[in-house]
Design a protein around this ligand. Structure first.
Ligand code: DAT
Ligand code: MG
Length: 140
């Protein structure tokens, strides 16, 4: 498997509860290297543009409000098969379905306030990284 990069967000429910370090420890224990990271507070419009793919879903407005409700930590994670590995470490979208030991099983509060985002494919990873970071900010 090839060295790969994926985009990650530590979401407002987690930053508010001071869980950034605990979540980063899970990434690092799984062999994912944090090659870029910044704490930012999105506007609702910026959150809406990031989640545009979900614009027609019934939860879209609530999702955008939530993502703009407090700071997030935007990250780029690097490792062998990083996209799939990160999805494994995150666990299922709904914490009730997430495997024991995953970030969402341990920390998520609900299907909406589920602590982390992770890219789902190489194309979305590239787009999402470019939305938040310039090439100069990626330090492998
Ligand atoms: P994931 O974040 O696991 O990739 P997704 O892309 O299907 O999941 O959805 C993006 C986010 O939208 C998800 O992390 C939380 C929110 N969401 C998804 N399904 C939801 C639902 N049924 N009710 C409320 N929020 C939901
Ligand atoms: Mg998704």
């Amino acid at each position: 498997m090839a060295l790969e990069r994926t985009f990650s967000i530590i979401k407002p429910d987690a930053t508010k509860r001071n869980l950034t370090g605990a979540i980063n420890a899970k990434f690092e224990a799984a062999g994912l290297r944090i090659v870029a990271q910044k704490r930012i507070h999105l506007t609702k419009a910026q959150a809406g543009a990031f989640y545009a793919v979900h614009a027609e879903r019934p939860f879209y407005d609530e999702l955008c409000e939530f993502m703009a409700s407090a700071p997030i930590v935007a990250q780029v994670l690097e490792g062998e098969g990083a996209i799939a590995k990160n999805r494994e470490v995150m666990g299922a979208t709904n914490p009730a379905d997430a495997d024991a030991g995953t970030i969402r099983a341990e920390f998520a509060q609900s299907v909406g306030e589920n602590s982390v985002h992770g890219s789902d494919a190489p194309e979305t990873a590239a787009e999402e990284i470019a939305y938040f970071f310039s090439g100069l900010e990626l330090v492998g």
